[in-house]
Design a protein around this ligand. Sequence first.
Ligand SMILES: [Cu+2]
Length: 152
Amino acid sequence: MKLKVLMLAAIGTLAMQSVWAANISVTEAWARATMPGQKVSGAYMQIRSDADARLVSASSPAVPRVEMHEMRMDGDVMRMREVKAIDLPKGKTVSLEPGGFHIMLMNLPKPIAAGDVIPLILTVESGGKRQTVEVKAEAHGVGNAMPMQHHH
Ligand SMILES: [Cu+2]
């Protein structure tokens, strides 16, 4: 009986190792086109991992500064803050979308036009190991020019 328990424990360990590199799928990646003079924009996407993982950083060869942000209601005021990581629970689709988690594109050297493709590199940590995922976010113009509504 004791041996059986030990074997199960060993199998458990092997299973853990086989998910060393998580399979990450990113779909519906898009970025918001900007108005002339606008230095910041957002990128959004759906991320799904087949193992528990965390998005720990985002960068882009085309954007000088990229941060991960979260928007949330604080009373009746929408606030945005930088986050260090975004949890990607196993098998769950995590939505980066206006009004929630998003990738903030900052210090833009030139406006983002509809149809532009913004390359993004996501760093995902799973099981103590890091991997990168390349994403191409196509820019869309959005009818509402004020993506972040503030209520005062
Ligand atoms: Cu932001």
